[in-house]
Structure formats: structure tokens, C-alpha cells
Design a protein around this ligand. Sequence first.
Ligand code: CP
Ligand code: NVA
Length: 304
Amino acid sequence: MAIKHFLQLADFTLDEFNYVMERARIIKRKFKEYQIYHPLLDRTLVMVFEKNSTRTRLSFEAGMHQLGGAAIYLNTRDSQLGRGEPVEDAGQVMSRMCDIIMIRTFGQDIIERFAAHSRVPVINGLTNEHHPCQVFADVFTYIEHRGSIAGKKVAWVGDANNMLYSWLQAAQIFDFHLNISTPKGYEVDLSRVPKEQTNYTLFDNPSDACEGVSLVNTDVWTSMGYEAENQARLKAFDGWIVDQAKMSRALPDALFMHCLPAHRGEEVSAEVIDGPQSVVWDEAENRLHIQKALLEYLVIGRVA
Ligand code: CP
Ligand code: NVA
């Protein structure tokens, strides 16, 4: 049977997402009650990081430990990947020594080539193109706070980056509408959106994108790997800050999300990210619970 990977949200069906979310609720409750739950006793997760991380590393490493297993951290600097070992060879070797692998890297093609040579499931911990674990945790967070996201309007204000493309996939899977506003020169690459997908609207004006939405989302203007463009981006994104004026265009009970790390005064005002509509700390915490459920599902399959 083909190995199940999680390289982008489109790799899972709605039924699989619903199952993993149900497990995440149970696993979260056990964690809060200090219950020992070790379904992955003696299993090993290898984590490969080619970019920086706080939340992703911590949530996968702590999560694997809490499930009874172990996590090994590798980065480009110390491993042979940094000296040019082909990813295909790394996939072969690493997957003979562990039960599951998480990778944070640059191009999506790298993780796809790695996964094609892996004997165990591979999870995308962020690529230039996608950040599926984060958006899965964010959808879970929305549902925790407000119930079903189906039929809702969600705004994306900012860069057309990895987070946005994962939100576009989430819109297809969870059946909500995405209002997108990106500055000139940083528009959505429509060739990356399936032709049949129609549940999104592009806005020139970022405030208009927030009109009547249930959730406003943003992210850094300069993602990892694009640092050389930082000055040009600061200029181009002027006006795209999510501030109270934009939040006031959304529904009164709208939530604000940001995957973090954030830059107060650039993509979001302190008033919004530290204000009552912000659920950014819940999003961060839910990375732990969602990924524990994901690890359980990918390593041992359905348990209930
Ligand atoms: N949101 C997120 O993935 O954070 P890290 O870069 O700290 O892992
Ligand atoms: N879009 C950001 C997300 C960081 C978690 C980046 O890729 O750097």
C-alpha cells in the first residue's frame, strides 16, 4: 500500500481532517489532565530543518515525547544535507532508521523528492509553497472558538506566501470563501490555484477584503528565504497592516490570526495582535495537539 504523506493539505480528505481533529480534541484533553498517553512508545521522529523554527520544532519534539516516542533534530549545518548529499539518498537512509519524518525546507520539489524515496510517512513542516500543519491548526482553532468554518468568509491580507496557498487549499477542503488582498507585484500566482476553484475573491484594497468576514489573517511580509527583498517589500506592503480600522470592517465577532513570528507595526498593529479578537496564542498551542494527532494517525492509523 502507498505510504501516506502530509506534504500539503490537499493530500488529506475532509474525512481524514475531521478524524484527526477529533483525535486532537481527545489528545488535548489528556494533555490538560496530565494523563499519560503513549501510543508511539519507542517510535522515532526525525526532524530535518533547513530554515529557522521555534514553534514547529518545539511542538513536534515535545509532542513526540508526550506520545511516548523520541524526536531527533537535524539541520543543514550539521547533517550531510548541508554538504550536498542528494535528498533522494537522505530519504532512503533516514527512513530506514525511524518511523516518521518531518521536514522544513525551501522548494516543495525537495520534500516531494525526499518523500518519493522514503519508506515512512513524511510531514511538511513548511516549504516556500505550503505550511499545512499551521493552517490545519488554525482551522482547528477557528472551529474551537466559533464552530464550523464552512460557509464563512475569511480574509487574507498581505503576502501571497506559503500560508496563503495552504489557506486556499483549506478553503476547498473545508468549504469557506477566501477574500485575498496582496499589493501590486506580490499577487497570487493563479497558475498555482486549481482552475475549478472559485471560492476566492481578489481585492486591490485590503480594507475591502475584510468587509463582513469572520476571520482576518495575515503573516510576515518577508518569509524565510526572501530576506534580500525585505526593503522593497516594506515599501510595497505599505498600507497592508492589519489594524483596528481594518478589523472594524469585519464582523463584530471576527477573529484575528497570525502564524507567528509577528512584527508589530508592520503587518499587524499591537492593538490587534494583543487585542481581544486575536487568537494567536491558541493557534500556536494547537500546533502541539494537531500534530500529535497527525503523528498518531500517520504512524499507527485510525485508533477509534
Ligand atoms: N508558525 C511557525 O511555523 O513558527 P516557527 O517558524 O517558529 O516554527
Ligand atoms: N511565511 C512565513 C511563515 C513562518 C512560520 C515564512 O515562510 O517565513
